[in-house]
Design a protein around this ligand. Structure first.
Ligand code: GTP
Ligand code: MG
Length: 138
């Protein structure tokens, strides 16, 4: 089985969607094996999204991620990385397929409700960024 890293972003936690989004993840067959609620600091958000630091939307992205609580999670299951990307839907909710988390709940490309790792290397890095080994109970 594979593990991936997931976030329920502030736009979603502010609208009380933590349970609704977690249910969509579980209904897809993924297991939540670690979960905690964090209010990211500027430094944590900038570090997490460092890959995007030269993009024009970086300041907006960091502002959004520090605007309220985020629920960070580790998900486990068969093909967890790809499966989670499928149930999230496209980055821009206007392009997301029916039934996906972003089509159902996201407000815009900047307030798109969830994050999910895009490859095994980033999944491992992102899990380590937020969780210690003892917080993950598989
Ligand atoms: P993540 O799972 O969050 O990494 O989304 P992604 O892989 O679908 O998108 P990407 O890694 O390209 O971008 C990271 C995040 O930056 C997205 O989830 C968006 O919230 C935000 N973002 C990307 N492009 C834009 C943009 O053009 N405008 C704004 N405001 N935000 C953007
Ligand atoms: Mg990405």
């Amino acid at each position: 089985v594979e593990r991936t890293f997931s976030m329920i972003k502030p736009d979603a936690t502010k609208r009380n969607l933590t349970g609704a989004i977690t249910k969509m993840i579980e209904d897809a067959g993924l297991r939540v094996i670690a979960s905690k609620r964090v209010w990211m600091s500027q430094r944590e958000a900038e570090g997490f999204y460092a890959v995007h630091k030269d993009r024009p939307f970086f300041a907006d992205l960091v502002a959004g991620m520090t605007s309220g609580p985020t629920v960070v999670q580790v998900l486990e299951g068969e093909n967890a990385i790809l499966k989670n990307r499928e149930i999230m839907g496209a980055t821009n909710p206007e392009n997301a397929a029916e039934g996906t988390i972003r089509k159902t709940h996201a407000l815009s490309i900047g307030e798109n409700s969830v994050h999910g790792s895009d490859a095994p290397e980033t999944a491992a890095e992102e899990i380590t960024y937020w969780f210690s080994q003892t917080e993950i109970v598989g």
